[in-house]
Each structure stands twice: as C-alpha cells, then as structure tokens.
Design a binder for this molecule. Structure first.
Ligand code: FDA
Length: 318
C-alpha cells in the first residue's frame, strides 16, 4: 500500500482528536496552509472571498466552520453567525439556481446533543432556512459521518416541505447512496454528490478508490437521468469529464446541473469550466473552528500532507 494509503486513515483519525486539535491550532506554522483552504475568521472575510469569486463568474456556497457540537450555546452561536452572514449576503433575485448559497452541518447546529439533538438541529436549520429564503439565498445541508445520515436525511425531508429548494449532500463512498440517489432524484431535488471525506468502516462504505469512483459514476448517472438538479462536487478530472458526457446523453443544458469545488482547490479548473459556460459553485468555509475541515483536506492529498508534516519539523520556516 502506498504511504498515502496508510497516512489517510491516520489523518482522518487525527481530525477527531481534541488533543491534536489543541496542538495543531496553536502552531503558527499551520496558518499559511490553513489560509489556502479557509477564507478567514469572520463574516467580512467570507464576504470578501465571495465577492472575488462572484466577479470571476463563479457561484458560491458559504460554510461557517464547526461540527460535532455538544454544547447548546455553541449551537446557538453557530445560528447567530449564519444569521449575520445572511444579512450580508442578499441576493438580487431568487430561484433554484441562484448564485448565493449557504451550507450547514447539522452537527454544528446541535444534532449531537445528548438530549433532543435531532429536534434542536432541525429547529436551528429551520431558522436559518427562513432567513435564507428571506435573503434569496439557497441552503444545502452537508453530509457528515454515516452515523448521522438517517437523522440528516429525515430532517431534510421534513424541511423540504417548507423549503422545496433545500439541497443536501450524498456521499458516493456509502453503500446506501445509490438508493438515496433514487429517492432524491425527483423534481426540485438539489443533490450535491461528493465522494465522502470521513473515515468509515467497510460494512457501510466502499474502501478502494476504484469502488468509490464506480459508485460515484453510478450515482451520478441516476441523478442526471432524474428530474432534480445534480450538483457535481468533485475535483476529479475523470468524473468531471463523465458529468459532461452524462449531461449530453440526458439532454441537460448548462442551467440543468452545476459543478462544485472547494475554495483553494483547482482554481484553474474552476475558471476553465466557467469559460466553457458551466455553472461552477465554490464551497467557501470561514471561521476559527477549522481543524476538522483542514485535516480532511490534508488527508485527501499526499502533497498537502507532506507539506504539512514538513512544517512540523523543528526549525521549519513554513
Ligand atoms: P479526489 O480526492 O480523488 O481528488 C481528485 C483530484 O483533485 C486530486 O488528484 C487533486 O488534483 C485534486 N484534489 C482533491 N482534493 C484536494 C485537496 N484537498 N488539495 C488539493 N488538491 C486536491 N465530503 C463529505 O463527506 N461531506 C460533505 O458534505 C462534503 N461537501 C463537499 C462539498 C463540495 C463542494 C466538495 C467539492 C466536496 C465536498 N466534500 C464533502 C468532500 C468530498 O467528499 C471529497 O473528500 C473531496 O472533494 C475530494 O474528493 P474528489 O472528488 O475531489 O476526488
């Protein structure tokens, strides 16, 4: 197995370690690499990044970083940040393919609270969806580890009754996702399909790259053939090309699906797709709770990991 195959699970385990979080977030050497993936600490930083992206013809989705909250005050604080963000992000028009969107992690809104977590997260998400609708901004609910999937999808089903344009993320590495794609491929359904970023057991998730890629293709085919709005969230050149082929085969025009990538990753490819008249939405995270998000980005790419590990060496100047 390549070294990256061994390091990835270790990095994903590290992404959930409070002890390592304390160490890594205190290191001044980490900052430069974090800045590549995170748009800054506060709403004005996020809005500045958003304006730059919009001016280049890209769409955006903004995420206030944080996850796995077990503190109700922290969950309420996350809601306040989204409300502040939404009051800055006001769209001039509305619609299901608008340029502005926010992305929410239900675990940041209280889903993991020991008492009534599911109901609290749903109420918080409802509050944010109401403010977003008022501002003409779309909302998509992120996917987290597989233990949350049932709760997340049930909240999405309920919220869609009030907010039909609410989108959600499905992760191709989960064995269940092909069936979820069938359920969520109906009219009005906005589905962001990604590979999946968490460490999952083989009982629920495909483990090899080839199996995950094949599942992504199978899921994407279902979404493209369906009546919803597929959001193709990947940086993988082979999957981007396949999305174009599926779109042509299903007579989808550029307004009928979009590509999505993460802030700081494959910027040139994002611009190339815009030039080719595709919609490209960039996921823009901000906030100071960047540790889990950052570690998952390192785990995805051996070069990022190597750069980071080198920066940990004593005397390193990164
Ligand atoms: P893959 O990892 O195979 O990468 C393909 C190529 O892209 C690489 O060879 C490299 O060139 C480039 N690349 C990829 N990652 C990079 C990195 N970190 N740094 C530099 N280059 C990189 N996951 C999840 O579990 N829940 C979620 O809600 C979301 N949400 C989400 C939204 C959006 C808009 C995107 C694009 C992705 C997510 N993800 C996610 C993350 C997703 O599951 C996955 O981990 C990453 O997108 C990496 O997978 P790729 O499909 O890009 O392929």
């Amino acid at each position: 197995m390549a070294i990256s195959g061994l390091l990835r699970p270790a990095m994903l385990a590290a992404s959930r370690s409070p002890r390592l979080e304390r160490t890594v977030t205190r290191m001044s050497t980490t900052k430069k690499l974090v800045d590549r993936f995170v748009a800054g600490a506060a709403e004005p930083n996020a809005v500045a990044a958003v304006e730059t992206l919009l001016n280049s013809g890209r769409y955006i989705t903004v995420d206030y970083l944080g996850e796995d909250t077990t503190d109700i005050e922290q969950a309420r604080n996350t809601v306040s940040h989204y409300l502040a963000l939404l009051s800055l992000l006001r769209a001039s028009g509305t619609g299901s393919v608008g340029p502005l969107e926010v992305s929410l992690k239900l675990s940041a809104l209280g889903q993991a609270l020991p008492k009534d977590g599911h109901a609290i997260a749903r109420a918080h998400a409802h509050q944010i969806c109401t403010a977003a609708a008022d501002a003409g901004v779309l909302v998509t609910i992120d996917a987290e580890d597989h233990t949350t999937t049932d709760s997340t999808l049930s909240i999405v089903r309920e919220l869609r009754a009030d907010f039909p344009s609410l989108g959600t993320v499905l992760q191709a590495y989960l064995r269940r996702t092909e069936a979820d794609c069938r359920e969520f491929s109906g009219p009005g359904s906005r589905i962001r399909l990604c590979k999946g970023a968490y460490r999952e057991p083989a009982s629920v998730a495909y483990q090899s790259r080839a199996e995950v890629d094949q599942s992504y293709l199978d899921c994407l085919r279902i979404l493209m053939k369906g009546d919803g709005y597929p959001m193709v969230a990947t940086h993988d050149p082979a999957l981007i090309e396949a999305a174009g082929v599926f779109a042509t085969a299903t007579a989808r025009k550029s307004d009928d699906f979009e590509f999505q990538m993460l802030y700081g990753i494959r910027d040139a490819e994002q611009r190339r797709l815009v030039e080719a008249e595709h919609h490209v939405r960039v996921y823009v995270p901000y906030g100071d709770q960047w540790y889990g998000y950052f570690m998952r980005r390192l785990a995805e790419r051996p070069a990022n990991m190597a750069f980071f590990l080198r920066s940990l060496r004593p005397g390193s100047q990164h």
